[in-house]
Structure formats: structure tokens, C-alpha cells
Design a protein around this ligand. Structure first.
Ligand SMILES: Cc1ncc(COP(=O)(O)O)c(C=O)c1O
Length: 406
């Protein structure tokens, strides 16, 4: 009997080979040691300017102490999904704190932001509904809509008028409008007030993914919706992640009591998945308290952002229009972005190149991110290195491909 050809694995392998040919095969830099601003990669100690720890909480000593105490109390794992016996007092207290912080009635925890977005969209939408999304929304929002079977329509980035025109084409269809609050690869902020007005006028449900705004923007870091003065009537579904500015891991969806209770009943990625460890929930509660009250971290972060933009503009670096800690430098060519990233590593900095398919073809970039843990001195040294690299001639090391990733 001939063995059937493994067609699916062959197809995947062919896609992989194509990726190599296109120069887009990715390997994660393996980190052997990590602290608030440094990583040891390939034997080199690099200053990290590409993570999402915007408030510098991931290595805050207070939280390491809280984690140890929480692990001593609760152990390492939650042992089950929430509905079985994985939901603890620690989870309940964290949900209450997140709801209070964001000014919502109720918050529901998920293990990750990806699972939160997929769970919410799959639960709310059905075939025949329409889901309108910004062109640059995070993959998890797009995947959630695709899995739901709803019609997915993508409007040009940040263009609320285009969104209105697209919604008008589907007048009698249940609709959900979803947007990132802060766009993860560009760093700019969605026009939430306009989108909220549009959603209200069309009785569409508005979902804001505030993975990169929570902790950073708005009063006490309550996020992008709070910065725009929008409450839970205007933004009924607010998703936030805990692995970025909050410095731990996990995610939540917050909004009106009834809506969140219903999601808790039906969101499959919440119900059929092991609950996050209670020790993590307790640590995250301490992190939320720090994120809310330690305004000095946000002030320092703002100063870093202003300084970076001012200096980068003077150096004619290819800045993008962002006022947040995400400060990408648009390079265009994926190979060139990789070479600059490799040269930065030679100079002592970890700034990963972001390439297609994460960003559109021709828009590869260095996604520089800033953290309250960075000092001005570290930032100045990065700027010096960027100046040297961006202003050397195209015939020099950047162009010859000789540099390798760490
Ligand atoms: C905008 C956005 N939404 C959702 C996610 C997913 O969150 P998580 O990493 O917790 O799965 C991310 C990043 O990872 C993100 O950037």
C-alpha cells in the first residue's frame, strides 16, 4: 500500500521555504537573563528597547516579593477552569480592582489577551452579522471575527468616516465595531469619540482593545477610553491586557454588569481553559495598585517619549505619528530593517525588526518602545547609535548583509 502523501505538512513546509526565500523567516532571540532594562542574548548584554513593559513593573522588586508571598499562599497553579474550581478570592479581587480602575461595572479575566478577543467576538457574533474593524487591528481581533463566521469588513486605518460608510451598507444587520485603542505596531491612538458616536447611532456594539493604552494613558492610567472621557455607555466593551504596562500576564474584558455576566456564561475561551494561577492574580492585583498610584512612572515615561521624539526629529530619523511609548522607526525594506536591528545589537541594544506579515509589505520597521524603567542616559545612548546607523552610507555595513541577529 502506498503511504498517502502528507499533503498538509508539505503545504506548510512549502510556505516555510517561501518565507526563507523572501527573507521573512523569524526566530525568537533567546533570552538567558532579563532585568528591568537588560537582556542577555547570545552572550551579549543588551539594553532592551522593544518590550511592552511600559511602566517598568515587570521587574519591580515590590511585585517580586508579592509573587513569592502569593505563591507560598496559593501554590503555583489554579488546578482547573474557573467554573470547576479554578476561580479564587484572588481572581475576584483582581476583577473588582480592574472594574474600578477602568470605571466599569464588572471585569472578567481571561488567560491571555488573544483568548479574550477571540472569546468575546466568537460569543457575540454569528454568521450574517457584520464586524467592522480598523485595517491595523491586532491579529486576535481579526481572528475572533473570522472564527465567528460574521462578515469581516476592514476600514482604512483610523478613518471613522470610512467606517460609517461601510456600516451604512449593512443597515439592518447586527453590527460590532472593534478597534485597538493604541495601535500595537504604529503607536497612534484610535479616534474613539468618533467611533463611539458612530456605534451609538447605528446601535452597533463598540469593543476597544486597550492592550497598549491601559496603565499609560488617561487619569491614573485608566486607559485610552478614559483619556477620551468615554464611559461604559459609550465604550461598552473594554479589553485590557495585563502582560504589558501592568507587568504580569493575562487579560480582562470589562463593561456593564449584565453584558459581562453573559460573556462569562458563553465565552468558550474563558470556560474551557485553565484559570490563571491565583498567585498570578494576587501579584497582578498588587501591580494594578502600583500602576494606578505611582504617577511618577507615567511622568518619567512621558518625559522619555518627548525627549525621544524631539531628538529623533532633529536627527531626521523616520519617526511615525505616535505620542505613546511605541515609537516605531519606519524603514520599509524588511532586509534593511533586520540589518539595522543586527547593527543595533552590535552596539548593545535589542530592538527587534518588525516585518511582514505582522506589518504590511514595504512597511518593515524598528519598533522602539520606551519604559519608565529606562534612564535618560540609556535613551541618549540609543539615540547616538541610531544616528550613527541611519546616517551611514547605504554602501556600508548596513547594506552588505554581513551583520547577524543576536
Ligand atoms: C493590541 C493587542 N491586543 C491583544 C494582544 C494579545 O494580548 P496577549 O499578549 O495577552 O495575548 C496584543 C499583544 O500581544 C496586542 O498588542
Amino acid at each position: 500500500m502506498p503511504v498517502p502523501a502528507p499533503r498538509l505538512s508539505e503545504r506548510l513546509h512549502a510556505a516555510g521555504r517561501q518565507r526563507i526565500t523572501d527573507g521573512l523567516w523569524r526566530s525568537p532571540p533567546r533570552v538567558d537573563y532579563l532585568d528591568a532594562t537588560h537582556a542577555l542574548v547570545g552572550g551579549r548584554r543588551l539594553t532592551v528597547f522593544c518590550h511592552n513593559d511600559y511602566l517598568g513593573l515587570a521587574h519591580a522588586p515590590e511585585l517580586a516579593t508579592a509573587r513569592l508571598a502569593a505563591a507560598a499562599r496559593w501554590g503555583s497553579g489554579s488546578t482547573a477552569s474557573a467554573m470547576v474550581c479554578g476561580y479564587s478570592r484572588a481572581h475576584a479581587e483582581l476583577e473588582a480592582a480592574l472594574a474600578e480602575w477602568t470605571g466599569r461595572d464588572r471585569a472578567l479575566l481571561f488567560a491571555t489577551g488573544y483568548m479574550a478577543n477571540v472569546g468575546v467576538l466568537q460569543t457575540l457574533l454569528r454568521g450574517g452579522d457584520v464586524c467592522l474593524q480598523d485595517k491595523l487591528n491586532h491579529a486576535s481581533l481579526l481572528d475572533g471575527a473570522r472564527l465567528s463566521g460574521a462578515m469581516l469588513k476592514r476600514y482604512p486605518h483610523g478613518d471613522a468616516e470610512a467606517a460609517a460608510r461601510q456600516l451604512a451598507l449593512h443597515p439592518d444587520v447586527p453590527a460590532l465595531l472593534a478597534t485597538d485603542g493604541v495601535f500595537s505596531m504604529d503607536g497612534d491612538i484610535a479616534p474613539l469619540a468618533d467611533l463611539s458616536r458612530l456605534a451609538t447611532s447605528r446601535r452597533a456594539l463598540l469593543l476597544v482593545d486597550d492592550a497598549h493604552g491601559l496603565g499609560v494613558l488617561g487619569p491614573a492610567g485608566a486607559g485610552t477610553a478614559a483619556a477620551a472621557g468615554l464611559d461604559q455607555v459609550q465604550v461598552p466593551l473594554l479589553m485590557g491586557t495585563l502582560g504589558k504596562a501592568v507587568g504580569t500576564a493575562g487579560a480582562f474584558v470589562a463593561g456593564p454588569q449584565e453584558l459581562i455576566e453573559d460573556l462569562a456564561q458563553f465565552a468558550r475561551s474563558h470556560i474551557y481553559s485553565t484559570a490563571p494561577p491565583p498567585a498570578l492574580a494576587e501579584t497582578t492585583l498588587a501591580a494594578v495598585q502600583l500602576a494606578r498610584t505611582d504617577h511618577g512612572r507615567r511622568e518619567h515615561l512621558d518625559a522619555l517619549i518627548r525627549h525621544f521624539r524631539q531628538a529623533a526629529a532633529q536627527l531626521s530619523l523616520p519617526l511615525m505619528p505616535s505620542q505613546t511609548p511605541i515609537q516605531p522607526l519606519l524603514v520599509g525594506d524588511a532586509g534593511l530593517a533586520c540589518r539595522i536591528s543586527a547593527q543595533l545589537a552590535e552596539a548593545g541594544f535589542l530592538v527587534t525588526a518588525i516585518r511582514p506579515p505582522t506589518v504590511p509589505a514595504g512597511q518593515a520597521r524598528l519598533r522602539v518602545t520606551l519604559s519608565a524603567a529606562h534612564s535618560m542616559d540609556q535613551l541618549d545612548r540609543l539615540l547616538d547609535a541610531l544616528e550613527r546607523l541611519f546616517h551611514q552610507s547605504p554602501d556600508s555595513t548596513l547594506a552588505d548583509g554581513s551583520a547577524t541577529m543576536p
